[in-house]
Design a protein around this ligand. Structure first.
Ligand SMILES: [Zn+2]
Length: 242
Protein backbone atom coordinates (compact mmCIF):
# COMPACT_ATOMS: atom_id res chain seq x y z
CA UNK A 1 0.00 0.00 0.00
CA UNK A 2 1.52 3.25 -1.16
CA UNK A 3 0.50 6.43 0.65
CA UNK A 4 1.43 10.00 -0.06
CA UNK A 5 0.48 13.31 1.49
CA UNK A 6 0.03 16.73 -0.08
CA UNK A 7 -1.93 19.93 0.32
CA UNK A 8 -4.18 21.25 -2.40
CA UNK A 9 -7.28 23.16 -3.45
CA UNK A 10 -10.38 21.18 -4.47
CA UNK A 11 -11.23 22.28 -8.03
CA UNK A 12 -14.35 20.21 -8.63
CA UNK A 13 -16.15 17.05 -7.61
CA UNK A 14 -18.55 14.68 -9.27
CA UNK A 15 -20.68 11.82 -8.10
CA UNK A 16 -19.52 8.24 -8.34
CA UNK A 17 -21.96 5.45 -7.58
CA UNK A 18 -24.23 5.72 -4.55
CA UNK A 19 -22.09 7.44 -1.97
CA UNK A 20 -18.70 8.26 -3.45
CA UNK A 21 -17.24 11.22 -5.27
CA UNK A 22 -14.35 11.80 -7.60
CA UNK A 23 -12.52 14.92 -6.46
CA UNK A 24 -10.09 16.89 -8.59
CA UNK A 25 -7.45 18.62 -6.44
CA UNK A 26 -4.65 20.94 -7.55
CA UNK A 27 -1.87 20.05 -5.12
CA UNK A 28 1.32 21.87 -4.20
CA UNK A 29 3.81 19.11 -5.02
CA UNK A 30 2.04 16.47 -7.12
CA UNK A 31 0.13 18.73 -9.52
CA UNK A 32 -3.46 17.91 -10.41
CA UNK A 33 -4.81 14.72 -8.83
CA UNK A 34 -8.14 13.04 -9.48
CA UNK A 35 -9.02 10.72 -6.63
CA UNK A 36 -11.94 8.77 -5.24
CA UNK A 37 -13.37 9.95 -1.93
CA UNK A 38 -15.34 7.00 -0.58
CA UNK A 39 -18.58 7.45 1.30
CA UNK A 40 -18.36 11.24 1.32
CA UNK A 41 -21.97 11.73 0.27
CA UNK A 42 -23.18 9.99 3.44
CA UNK A 43 -24.07 12.35 6.26
CA UNK A 44 -21.83 10.34 8.58
CA UNK A 45 -18.77 10.90 6.38
CA UNK A 46 -15.69 11.95 8.31
CA UNK A 47 -14.40 14.29 5.62
CA UNK A 48 -17.21 14.92 3.14
CA UNK A 49 -17.51 18.65 3.85
CA UNK A 50 -13.74 19.11 3.61
CA UNK A 51 -13.68 17.91 0.01
CA UNK A 52 -15.90 20.62 -1.45
CA UNK A 53 -14.72 23.01 -4.20
CA UNK A 54 -12.62 25.97 -2.96
CA UNK A 55 -11.39 24.19 0.18
CA UNK A 56 -7.64 24.23 0.79
CA UNK A 57 -7.02 20.81 2.31
CA UNK A 58 -4.22 18.67 3.62
CA UNK A 59 -4.83 15.25 2.07
CA UNK A 60 -3.46 11.75 2.29
CA UNK A 61 -3.86 9.61 -0.81
CA UNK A 62 -3.50 5.90 -1.38
CA UNK A 63 -2.13 5.17 -4.84
CA UNK A 64 -4.63 3.13 -6.78
CA UNK A 65 -4.41 1.21 -10.06
CA UNK A 66 -6.53 3.72 -11.95
CA UNK A 67 -7.57 6.47 -9.55
CA UNK A 68 -5.95 7.24 -6.21
CA UNK A 69 -8.12 7.13 -3.09
CA UNK A 70 -8.40 9.87 -0.45
CA UNK A 71 -7.72 8.29 2.95
CA UNK A 72 -7.54 11.45 5.12
CA UNK A 73 -8.44 15.10 4.65
CA UNK A 74 -8.00 18.07 6.98
CA UNK A 75 -9.20 21.58 6.20
CA UNK A 76 -6.45 24.19 6.07
CA UNK A 77 -8.59 27.10 4.84
CA UNK A 78 -12.30 26.85 3.96
CA UNK A 79 -12.38 29.53 1.23
CA UNK A 80 -15.78 28.29 0.03
CA UNK A 81 -17.54 29.41 3.22
CA UNK A 82 -16.08 32.90 2.96
CA UNK A 83 -16.88 33.28 -0.74
CA UNK A 84 -20.38 31.78 -0.69
CA UNK A 85 -21.81 34.83 1.10
CA UNK A 86 -20.77 37.24 -1.66
CA UNK A 87 -21.96 36.48 -5.18
CA UNK A 88 -19.37 38.50 -7.18
CA UNK A 89 -16.55 36.92 -5.18
CA UNK A 90 -18.08 33.47 -5.47
CA UNK A 91 -18.42 33.67 -9.26
CA UNK A 92 -14.87 35.07 -9.58
CA UNK A 93 -13.61 32.17 -7.45
CA UNK A 94 -15.51 29.64 -9.57
CA UNK A 95 -13.90 31.06 -12.71
CA UNK A 96 -10.48 30.68 -11.05
CA UNK A 97 -11.10 27.01 -10.22
CA UNK A 98 -12.24 26.28 -13.77
CA UNK A 99 -9.27 28.08 -15.30
CA UNK A 100 -6.79 26.30 -13.02
CA UNK A 101 -8.35 23.01 -14.07
CA UNK A 102 -8.10 23.82 -17.78
CA UNK A 103 -4.56 25.22 -17.66
CA UNK A 104 -3.16 22.21 -15.79
CA UNK A 105 -3.95 19.67 -18.47
CA UNK A 106 -1.78 16.76 -17.37
CA UNK A 107 -2.47 14.95 -14.11
CA UNK A 108 0.32 14.44 -11.57
CA UNK A 109 2.62 16.83 -13.33
CA UNK A 110 3.95 19.33 -10.76
CA UNK A 111 2.38 22.77 -11.31
CA UNK A 112 3.63 24.72 -8.29
CA UNK A 113 3.22 28.17 -9.84
CA UNK A 114 -0.38 27.44 -10.84
CA UNK A 115 -1.06 26.19 -7.30
CA UNK A 116 0.47 29.31 -5.71
CA UNK A 117 -1.45 31.64 -8.03
CA UNK A 118 -4.72 29.90 -7.23
CA UNK A 119 -4.17 30.00 -3.46
CA UNK A 120 -3.10 33.65 -3.70
CA UNK A 121 -6.15 34.51 -5.83
CA UNK A 122 -8.63 32.77 -3.51
CA UNK A 123 -7.04 34.43 -0.47
CA UNK A 124 -7.25 37.86 -2.12
CA UNK A 125 -10.93 37.27 -2.98
CA UNK A 126 -11.72 36.12 0.56
CA UNK A 127 -9.81 39.02 2.15
CA UNK A 128 -11.82 41.50 0.08
CA UNK A 129 -9.08 44.14 -0.17
CA UNK A 130 -9.49 44.59 -3.92
CA UNK A 131 -12.45 44.54 -6.27
CA UNK A 132 -13.22 40.89 -7.22
CA UNK A 133 -13.08 41.70 -10.93
CA UNK A 134 -9.53 43.05 -10.56
CA UNK A 135 -8.44 40.01 -8.54
CA UNK A 136 -9.89 37.71 -11.19
CA UNK A 137 -8.28 39.57 -14.11
CA UNK A 138 -4.91 39.55 -12.31
CA UNK A 139 -5.30 35.81 -11.77
CA UNK A 140 -6.19 35.24 -15.44
CA UNK A 141 -3.26 37.29 -16.74
CA UNK A 142 -0.72 35.71 -14.42
CA UNK A 143 -1.99 32.16 -15.03
CA UNK A 144 -1.78 32.74 -18.76
CA UNK A 145 1.80 34.00 -18.28
CA UNK A 146 2.70 30.85 -16.30
CA UNK A 147 1.18 28.76 -19.10
CA UNK A 148 3.37 30.61 -21.61
CA UNK A 149 0.68 32.92 -23.01
CA UNK A 150 1.56 36.28 -21.42
CA UNK A 151 0.14 39.03 -23.64
CA UNK A 152 2.57 41.60 -25.04
CA UNK A 153 1.58 44.88 -23.36
CA UNK A 154 4.52 47.23 -23.93
CA UNK A 155 5.94 46.62 -27.40
CA UNK A 156 4.42 45.20 -30.57
CA UNK A 157 3.69 41.47 -30.18
CA UNK A 158 4.91 40.83 -33.73
CA UNK A 159 7.87 43.16 -34.40
CA UNK A 160 8.70 44.65 -30.98
CA UNK A 161 8.17 48.21 -32.24
CA UNK A 162 7.67 50.61 -29.33
CA UNK A 163 4.89 52.62 -30.92
CA UNK A 164 1.77 50.56 -30.31
CA UNK A 165 -1.88 51.42 -30.49
CA UNK A 166 -4.14 48.41 -31.04
CA UNK A 167 -4.73 45.15 -29.17
CA UNK A 168 -5.08 41.97 -31.21
CA UNK A 169 -5.81 38.65 -29.52
CA UNK A 170 -4.60 36.62 -32.50
CA UNK A 171 -1.29 38.52 -32.54
CA UNK A 172 -0.74 37.97 -28.80
CA UNK A 173 -1.23 41.47 -27.41
CA UNK A 174 -0.57 45.06 -28.40
CA UNK A 175 0.52 45.71 -31.97
CA UNK A 176 1.98 48.60 -33.98
CA UNK A 177 0.22 50.23 -36.95
CA UNK A 178 2.22 48.10 -39.44
CA UNK A 179 1.43 44.75 -37.81
CA UNK A 180 -2.16 45.51 -36.86
CA UNK A 181 -4.45 42.74 -38.18
CA UNK A 182 -8.06 43.34 -39.22
CA UNK A 183 -10.42 43.30 -36.27
CA UNK A 184 -7.90 44.55 -33.70
CA UNK A 185 -9.48 46.70 -30.99
CA UNK A 186 -8.13 50.05 -29.85
CA UNK A 187 -8.35 50.13 -26.05
CA UNK A 188 -7.62 53.23 -23.98
CA UNK A 189 -3.96 53.64 -23.00
CA UNK A 190 -5.09 53.43 -19.35
CA UNK A 191 -6.69 50.02 -20.03
CA UNK A 192 -3.42 48.56 -21.34
CA UNK A 193 -1.63 50.13 -18.36
CA UNK A 194 -4.15 48.44 -16.03
CA UNK A 195 -3.52 45.05 -17.67
CA UNK A 196 0.22 45.55 -17.16
CA UNK A 197 -0.30 46.55 -13.50
CA UNK A 198 -2.41 43.42 -12.88
CA UNK A 199 0.13 41.18 -14.60
CA UNK A 200 2.91 42.64 -12.43
CA UNK A 201 0.91 42.71 -9.19
CA UNK A 202 1.09 46.52 -8.97
CA UNK A 203 -2.03 46.88 -6.80
CA UNK A 204 -1.51 50.57 -6.01
CA UNK A 205 -2.00 51.38 -9.72
CA UNK A 206 -4.72 48.78 -10.28
CA UNK A 207 -6.84 49.93 -7.31
CA UNK A 208 -6.60 53.54 -8.54
CA UNK A 209 -7.96 52.67 -12.01
CA UNK A 210 -11.30 54.00 -13.29
CA UNK A 211 -14.40 51.83 -13.71
CA UNK A 212 -14.56 52.24 -17.50
CA UNK A 213 -10.96 51.03 -17.88
CA UNK A 214 -11.67 48.08 -15.58
CA UNK A 215 -14.64 47.13 -17.74
CA UNK A 216 -12.61 47.38 -20.93
CA UNK A 217 -9.75 45.43 -19.31
CA UNK A 218 -12.10 42.61 -18.21
CA UNK A 219 -13.52 42.31 -21.72
CA UNK A 220 -10.08 42.04 -23.32
CA UNK A 221 -8.72 39.63 -20.71
CA UNK A 222 -11.79 37.36 -20.96
CA UNK A 223 -11.56 37.25 -24.76
CA UNK A 224 -7.80 36.64 -24.62
CA UNK A 225 -8.21 33.82 -22.06
CA UNK A 226 -11.03 32.19 -24.01
CA UNK A 227 -9.02 32.24 -27.22
CA UNK A 228 -5.97 30.67 -25.57
CA UNK A 229 -7.94 28.03 -23.68
CA UNK A 230 -9.71 26.89 -26.83
CA UNK A 231 -6.68 26.98 -29.04
CA UNK A 232 -4.36 25.68 -26.33
CA UNK A 233 -6.49 22.65 -25.67
CA UNK A 234 -7.09 22.02 -29.35
CA UNK A 235 -3.37 22.08 -30.17
CA UNK A 236 -2.60 19.85 -27.21
CA UNK A 237 -5.07 17.22 -28.38
CA UNK A 238 -3.34 17.29 -31.71
CA UNK A 239 0.05 16.69 -30.07
CA UNK A 240 -1.33 13.75 -28.07
CA UNK A 241 -2.72 12.11 -31.24
CA UNK A 242 0.69 12.34 -32.91
ZN1 LIG B 1 4.74 45.58 -35.23
Amino acid sequence: MSLYRDEGVVLRTHKLGEADRIVTILTRRTGKVRAVAKGVRRTTSRFGARLEPFTHVDVQFHTGRTLDVVTQAETLRPYGERLAADYPRYTAGSAMLETADKLTVAEKEPALRHFLLLVGGLRALADGEHEPRLVLDAYFLRSLAVAGYAPALETCARCSAESVRAFAIVAGGVVCAECRPAGASVPATETVALMLALLRGDWASADASQARHRTECSGLVAAYLQWHLEHGIRSLRHVERV
